[in-house]
Design a protein around this ligand. Sequence first.
Ligand code: MMA
Ligand code: CA
Length: 323
Amino acid sequence: MLRTRGNVLPNIPVPAALMRTVNMEESVYNKLIYQEDPNGEEPSVHSNQEKPQVSFSMVRPASSWTSHKVLGITLAVLAAVLLAVDIGLGVYYNNLTDESWAVMSISREVAALNAAYEAASKRRADAQMRLTQANRQHQVIKWQVEHQTKRSSDYKMQADKIQTAITVLKSHIPMIREGCRHCLPGWTLINSACYFLSFSDPHARSSWQEAREFCKKQDSDLAVLDSAEKQLKINQLINLHQDPLRSILQSGFWIGLRDVDTEGVWKWLDGTRLNEGYWNDGEPNNAGDEDCAATYPRNNPFKGWNDAPCSHHLKWICEMSAS
Ligand code: MMA
Ligand code: CA
């Protein structure tokens, strides 16, 4: 079948055989055209006389063209609409895609945040647990410290008590030692020495020399009161046995101290010079001629001594070592 690009082709001489064929085809074509004609009108455009002149012009009826045009325009409009819809759908899909991405991104962030929150919660719980444990340990250590402090305080109190007990026990040592020593009947033990004071005969009094001889007969000698402790204890004894009826002049006790060699130079029996004396106020005054020392009962034990004439008759004190 011949096809043309234009609507009207130039007339070309055609051989008879071909013409017959063309006519046949023309009739077929016309028949087809007529059949397509809705009005069903008999063909009037081309008569049989005009048929030898073949025209390839495919001129279609005006109504058909218009309908095709309308159809084309409609199709074009439809295509445009479809294109617009497509574009719209594309844009919508794009937007949907963007939103979907945003949603996915947010979901991922939410998931990450949830995971971080859970991890942080777990760390917080762990830290809370460690804190609780640390607090518990702190309580235990605090209790231990308090307990140790109390124990330390108790130990200190015990140590103080023990120290006091030791001091008391130590103070008993001399007493225990004294207990092991003993003196003859009628003699008094003072600081590891035995003393005899002539109390038994209230009227017995002698000169310093006679008194010394008495002592020597007893394997002793007149007392050497060369310490404050001895002076104190002897003073206590003579105060206890003091006869209130006896005058102070006669209430003295000879001791082993003299300044018979050199006036004012007082010496004990063994020749040792007096270091510290327990003289009464104003003594020794060597009133007359007083070379022998005696101790008297006094309220102040360290003001008991007086120098008196050696020939005076007084009581006396003997001293010997404890056995
Ligand atoms: C007084 C006092 C002494 C003196 C004697 C003599 C009792 O004391 O005068 O100094 O030695 O008497 O007995
Ligand atoms: Ca005197």
